[in-house]
Design a protein around this ligand. Sequence first.
Ligand code: SF4
Length: 203
Amino acid sequence: MNNIEIGLPVMESFYTLQGEGYHQGRAAYFIRLGGCDVGCAWCDVKESWEAEKHPRRSVGELVAAAEEHPGRLAVITGGEPLMHDCAELTRALRAAGFATHIETSGAWPLSGEWDWICLSPKKFKAPLPGIVPQAQELKVVIFNKTDLAWAEQWAAQTSTDCRLFLQPEWSRSAAVTPLIIDYIKAHPRWEFSLQLHKYIHVP
Ligand code: SF4
């Protein structure tokens, strides 16, 4: 992937409520870029993995579609959005008045101009170290108890004002939610992230 390519592969784009993390509940325009080589076993958007399967759309077209809605928060997600150069897209979104948020595993070099970086590190392909102190939000998906130690490993490298979230992996929610609740009560810098969109049935 490189910035010589025209446009960006987009799996889907939609206006909804942010379901997770610090900005949960806010109206947001999501742009889900195709392509991911992280390979999480429990990934719920595996159809995003192959970038070539998704049509390329120009930055102008993407921003125009976002502007059709009143919200001015744009969330770039994937897939792994940093497999692509996000500079042009984020510049254009900001020029149109959007706050630019990204949800990334951090496994590829950071590109783009961001108002909010939500780093969600994955064991399957760890983040590059440079992105960790730049994150405003660290969101770790918990599949089993050992993931809590993994979460702390990354939290130790974040900035002091980075917001920390633990989120149950959807299929394991019943088993791991009690563990997360106990963990947060004992380690109160962490907060609980629920996938609200899956409960209120929005994308
Ligand atoms: Fe799926 Fe995200 Fe993991 Fe990629 S990083 S495999 S899109 S959960």
